[in-house]
Design a protein around this ligand. Structure first.
Ligand SMILES: NC(=O)c1ccc[n+]([C@@H]2O[C@H](COP(=O)([O-])OP(=O)(O)OC[C@H]3O[C@@H](n4cnc5c(N)ncnc54)[C@H](O)[C@@H]3O)[C@@H](O)[C@H]2O)c1
Ligand SMILES: CC(C)[C@H](C(=O)O)[C@@H](O)C(=O)O
Ligand SMILES: [Mg+2]
Length: 364
């Protein structure tokens, strides 16, 4: 009997639906080649859901997610200047952070790998870029300053204030550190833990707990690094890093930086888990409203996120690796969307890039 997987497909806003369409082409090809069935159920989220439900994360969408083996997520959010309209206000918090919290997705993996064919597109010094790099950001996703209480606004006039709270508990730090060290064992056995322990009490504690976990992994090199230095070291010498262990906010910022060093934010996939097989898979970047509707967005992050879904939630390592190989092949052949194109390249559209990767995958 054909094995069937249920996938919740949440394209969201902006370029979300455009890049999702390309990921689904690849998924269809996987289904044929591997003789498995993916029952995809599309659901609304973000601004797209607001139009129908006046909610950014409707109960209908949550139900579909609960019934699924994995969630394939596009992106949410409106134009940066329209954040204060009812449709877009709080959309990221209600929908994306809501999903992360609802499913307890505390561990977020963001692999940033510079493909040899894209060395020229990296803002790194070219002799450094030609060496390539492969960094995995392991980001804590359900704690820290994003979720810490209290949050709020008080007062009026010059005394008006707004505040967020950064909180981490021992168990929150320990479980994400364990994820980082376990993964490092299967990679190049190094964890760099990012903190700001010279200023923030939460980060003194973070460092202490990470050190306790590190003691259980004597085969893995552990080093702490301040976040400001890490941001600089990544541009100077990214090859020194293997796994970067980060809290929620530092991981958000450093993963965009790492992505750009691989040529574009449109290259960064991600996987989020709670410890079981279930997970959510989404590009690291957002709805890119500045290019939405132009069919020029890079679908690679969404396609590589789909490969991560096959690997981590559906236990299908072979097609996951083949999708990654197909992406590498298409890039090596010189095909590029606008964000990773050189001055002499004629960029391909989102749809063409998806077709090229699907064809390359089928031919492997
Ligand atoms: N996971 C998510 O859903 C997510 C992530 C980040 C930002 N956002 C939201 O997206 C909206 C826009 O935010 P922003 O502009 O600050 O960040 P963004 O990540 O959407 O875009 C930043 C820059 O990267 C480019 N970019 C991103 N993905 C690309 C791709 N696949 N191909 C080519 N270029 C790409 C964009 O064109 C833009 O110039 C905001 O509402 C923000 O909150 C959502
Ligand atoms: C949109 C926003 C809430 C989100 C985050 O900060 O986690 C995004 O930037 C990301 O990196 O997934
Ligand atoms: Mg981000």
């Amino acid at each position: 009997m054909t094995k069937t997987y249920q996938i919740a497909v949440l394209p969201g806003d902006g370029i979300g639906p455009e890049v999702m369409a390309e990921a689904l082409k690849v998924l269809k090809a996987v289904s044929r080649k591997e003789n498995v069935a993916f029952r995809t159920q599309e659901a609304l989220v973000g601004g797209a859901a607001w139009d129908h439900y006046h909610s950014h994360l409707p109960e209908e969408t949550l139900t579909i997610c609960r019934e699924s083996d994995a969630i394939l997520f596009g992106s949410v959010g409106g134009p940066v200047r329209e954040q204060n309209t009812p449709k877009w206000q709080g959309v990221e918090v209600h929908s994306l952070l809501g999903l992360r919290k609802a499913f307890g997705l505390f561990a977020n993996l963001r692999p940033a790998r510079l493909f040899p064919a894209l060395a020229f597109a990296s803002p790194l010094r070219q002799d450094v870029a030609r060496e390539g790099f492969d960094i995995l950001v392991v980001r804590e996703l359900t704690g820290g300053i994003y979720f810490g209480q209290p949050k709020g606004r008080t007062g009026t006039g010059e005394e008006e204030k707004a505040f967020d709270t950064m909180v981490y508990s021992r168990c929150e730090i320990r479980r994400i550190a364990q994820v980082a060290f376990e993964i490092a064992r299967k990679r190049r056995q190094k964890v760099t833990s990012i903190d700001k322990a010279n200023v923030l009490t939460t980060m003194v504690f973070w460092r202490q707990v990470v050190e306790e976990v590190a003691a259980d992994y004597p085969d893995v090199t552990y080093e702490p690094m301040y976040v400001d230095n890490a941001a600089m070291q990544m541009v100077k010498n990214p090859q020194q890093f293997d796994v970067l262990l980060c809290g929620n906010m530092f991981g958000d910022i450093l993963s965009d930086e790492a992505a750009m060093l691989t040529g574009s934010l449109g290259m960064l996939p991600s996987a989020s888990f709670a410890g079981s097989g279930f997970g959510m898979y989404e590009p690291g970047g957002g709805s890119a409203q500045d290019i939405a509707g132009q069919h020029i967005a890079n679908p690679i992050a969404q396609i590589l996120s789909t490969a991560m879904m096959l690997r981590y939630s559906l236990n299908m390592e072979k097609p996951a690796r083949d999708i990654e190989k197909a992406v590498e092949k298409v890039l090596a052949e010189g095909h590029r969307t606008a964000d990773i194109a050189g001055r002499e390249d004629t960029p391909v559209s989102t749809g063409t890039m998806g077709d090229l990767i699907t064809t390359a995958y089928k031919q492997l």
